[in-house]
Design a protein around this ligand. Structure first.
Ligand SMILES: Cc1cc2nc3c(=O)[nH]c(=O)nc-3n(C[C@H](O)[C@H](O)[C@H](O)COP(=O)(O)O)c2cc1C
Length: 331
């Protein structure tokens, strides 16, 4: 009998596949489907910091620097009309009655002001942990790297003041010193880092001269970015890692665990193939574990991390020496 359980951010997960925060995880029936089909945990759809502030003030400030856009303002006020904060809290309470797997609430945040007390209400409603989905595009040329990074530490510090349940930070790779930043975040006492979120990316419609959303869902080949960084950082961080982006099959889950992730998060594959695909991925993991004679995940988590492979430099290589140099023409 194989054991697929894992421990991620002090939570016991019966399997390493977590359904990531997305539109699907804002509904009780889908949270229950995640449980039914074998997910180890589920991350609820993010509530926006702006939404919390909107309910506090019943108005949105129209200009808050570069992280505030009119489209967001319209979205938040419309969203807040339909979904009150109470309905988010009620969903947590209701979901906890039906689920046995851990329920992770999610807050999409850009500042540490005013809203952080709300985290306590999420804890009181019964969430097992909170994921802070923090991202600031480092596009403001007035801010130094240190100033951009400080936002993250301020948010974590303020949220920690209000809650005792585990906290994960879901982040991006837009840091000039990514390794040090991840290490410093892990020193703050957070229990997990989710590497990495995928964000809205703009495209340009060349006939209508408009900005349009680029592709919404990830592709399997997107997985390699987080794979490298999970492998490079997993031995060094003082908290657990959940890998995210581009994980579409059992083999990708195995790779991320070998790199040192304690769990993975999936969204796009659930949109494309349904919750029913979770057991297919779990079955593929079991087939592979049988083949390699692993009885549980701990026997191979981190086996291919930076500190555990013979040639760690292979994880740091960034140039295609062989493929794009003249030498390749000779082969
Ligand atoms: C339609 C959609 C909605 C999403 N909404 C959120 C969200 O509210 N909060 C969040 O932290 N991530 C959100 N994400 C990002 C996912 O949680 C995930 O990190 C990302 O899609 C990468 O995983 P994937 O490659 O398995 O899709 C969303 C993704 C999609 C596709």
């Amino acid at each position: 009998m194989l054991d697929l359980s894992t421990r991620y951010m002090k939570l016991n997960l019966r399997s390493p596949i977590i359904v990531a925060s997305c539109g699907l995880t804002g509904k009780l029936e889908n949270l229950m489907l995640a449980e039914k089909y074998g997910a180890g945990a589920v991350v609820m759809k993010s509530i926006f910091e702006e939404h919390i502030k909107y309910e506090i003030h019943k108005t949105l400030p129209s200009a808050q620097g570069e992280n505030y856009y009119p489209e967001a303002e319209k979205y938040i006020s419309k969203y807040a009309e339909t979904y009150s904060l109470d309905s988010y809290l009620k969903l947590i309470t209701e979901a906890k009655k039906h689920l046995t797997i851990p329920l992770i609430a999610s807050i999409n945040c850009v500042t540490s002001h005013e809203w952080t007390e709300f985290a306590r209400r999420i804890q009181d409603a019964g969430a097992d942990a909170i994921e802070l989905n923090i991202f600031l595009l480092p596009s403001n040329h007035h801010y130094s790297s240190e100033q951009n990074e400080q936002f993250y530490f301020d948010i974590v510090r303020e949220v920690r003041k209000h809650i005792s349940i585990p906290i994960a930070v879901k982040t991006s790779y837009y840091f000039s010193g990514l390794a040090k930043m991840a290490l410093k975040l892990s020193w703050t006492g957070i229990e997990g880092i989710v590497m990495f979120n995928r964000f809205f990316a703009p495209d340009i419609d060349i006939d209508n001269f408009t900005i349009t959303p680029a592709y919404v869902f990830s592709r399997p080949e997107d997985m390699v970015t987080s794979l490298r960084w999970v492998a490079v950082l997993s031995d060094r961080l003082h908290c657990d890692i959940a890998a995210s982006t581009g994980i579409h099959e059992g083999a990708a889950v195995i790779k991320q665990l070998l790199a040192g992730a304690k769990a993975v998060q999936v969204a796009s594959v659930i949109y494309k193939k349904g919750f029913e695909y979770i057991p297919v991925m779990l079955n593929d993991i079991e087939i592979w574990m049988n083949k390699h004679k692993f009885a549980n995940l701990n026997e191979f988590i981190g086996k291919m991390s930076y500190g555990n492979i013979d040639n760690p430099a292979s994880l740091l290589r960034i140039q295609f020496m062989k493929n794009f140099s003249d030498i390749s023409n000779d082969e």
